[in-house]
Design a protein around this ligand. Structure first.
Ligand code: F3S
Length: 425
């Protein structure tokens, strides 16, 4: 890899041992990927340790917590003090909500680790936004911006809806970029890798956020890690439409980017979406395919729901508002729990607008910073889950061995009130 002067200095240790170790990691990473150079970045979203579910079993094996951080995030065991980040960096979701962790059925030992971890992150000058959707609360990249982001749904969102550029990074690579402000110039950073591969002729009227979740899930299934191009969509999506489509595609496949012809910034026309290439394969997404996809996400047979989970990816303000309006003056069934996840920064708005009061008066709980999949936490007796997230419906059966229903937000709130699933395609 051809390195610039500042990168050589980092590699030689002139900016200290932690930066040297971080640059060594990035050079190896770039070499394996065939990158010829590094690109500068000033926008990194990663997660320092916190979502590692087995962290409490590791802690005694290290001489200090910072030693563990060094091993886990920088792949080295000789760094004992992690310095401040040198590029604008944000902490993604955490493993618990420090305000309501007991209601999440989480052990005190995990809460204690979370506190230590936050202290290190704060000292590193990481922005503790603690959400999987940084674009909702203060980190909204611009078109063409080189980013280093973890969290598959957020990666798909910024590549697709904004035209910012990131690969789907890991904890180590993003942690190393935080200290260096560099990332290997490969994958979706390169313009030639951003063209579509598969063409999907959409013959179904895609309208609701639920429909977009199904479309994204279908795209992930047919395209894997390639880029699907959806053509023929007549409605106008919202930010939430892309949020749910990207999250769904990243769970059924490895979607990091999609094109929607006439709507997303790098696909104003069909030709722009493919460049000079021809589609590798053609698909038709019609009513029958949409229904088949819906059925794949609705694996539950027991109509009695005992857990309703909303806010995957973390809810936007519009979704929070909608949920509060649906719950206003109602009570959820005493036979279930309902948890709604938002970014911490929106909690202030929820409190101020009275949404927290409305949601809590219904018997549901508003939570921030985390989600059941990340926290590996749900009500202990929950066996039948309802959610408006295709991503969550995909993962819940595997993580918790629970049955799962997927539908609209309205379907889910209705299930929370009646205790029964009545959603239909
Ligand atoms: Fe976010 Fe958890 Fe879903 S981190 S995307 S709410 S699985």
């Amino acid at each position: 890899m051809k390195l610039k002067q500042d990168e050589i200095e980092m590699l030689e240790g002139k900016r200290g041992l932690p930066v040297q170790r971080a640059m060594e990691f990035l050079v190896k990473y770039g070499d394996v990927l065939g990158a010829e150079e590094m690109v500068d970045t000033q926008n990194i979203c990663g997660t320092i340790n916190n979502t590692t579910p087995f962290l409490d079993t590791l802690i005694d094996k290290f001489e200090s917590f910072e030693h563990l951080v060094s091993e886990l995030n920088y792949n080295c065991d000789d760094v004992r003090e992690i310095p401040r980040v040198s590029a604008f960096s944000c902490q993604l979701e955490h493993g618990l909500d420090p305000d309501v962790w007991e209601k999440q059925y989480i052990k005190k030992s995990k809460f204690d680790i979370n506190e230590k971890d936050e202290a290190i992150s704060r000292r590193m000058n990481l922005n503790l936004i603690c959400t999987c959707s940084p674009y909702l609360v203060g980190n909204l990249p611009v078109f063409g911006e080189h980013c280093v982001w973890m969290e598959s749904s957020a990666v798909a969102y910024i590549n697709t809806a904004i035209g910012a550029r990131t690969n789907c990074e890991g904890r180590e690579s993003s942690a190393c970029s935080m200290l260096t402000g560099k990332t290997p110039y490969w994958g979706l950073h390169l313009p030639e890798n951003r063209y579509g591969h598969y063409l999907v002729d959409v013959q179904y009227h895609i309208e609701s956020v639920r429909d977009w979740g199904l479309l994204g899930y279908y795209g992930g299934m047919i395209a894997g890690e390639k880029i699907p191009v959806f053509n023929g969509i007549k409605s106008k999506p919202t930010m939430e439409s892309y949020k749910h489509a990207g999250a769904a595609g990243a769970s059924s496949g490895g979607t990091e980017m999609m094109h929607v012809v006439g709507l997303t910034p790098e696909a104003r026309t069909l030709q722009e979406a493919f460049g000079s290439k021809k589609p590798e394969q053609n698909f038709v997404l019609d009513r029958a395919e949409m229904e088949r996809t819906y059925n794949l996400l609705n694996t539950a047979t027991n109509p009695n729901v005992d857990f309703v989970m909303l806010g995957c990816p973390h809810y936007s303000l519009r979704q929070l508002w909608e949920t509060a309006m649906l719950l206003e003056g109602k009570k959820i069934s005493p036979n279930l729990e309902m948890w709604v996840f938002i970014p911490r920064a929106l909690k202030e708005v929820a409190d101020r607008n009275g949404y927290t009061k409305i949601i809590e008066a219904s018997g549901a709980l508003l939570m921030a910073d985390t989600c059941p999949a990340l926290a590996r936490a749900k009500p202990p007796t929950a066996k039948v889950i309802a959610t408006d997230s295709a991503k969550q419906s995909h993962y819940m059966p595997g993580i918790f061995g629970a049955e799962s229903y997927f539908g609209s937000t309205e379907d889910c709130v209705k299930a929370a009130i009646t205790g029964k699933w009545e959603g239909r395609f």
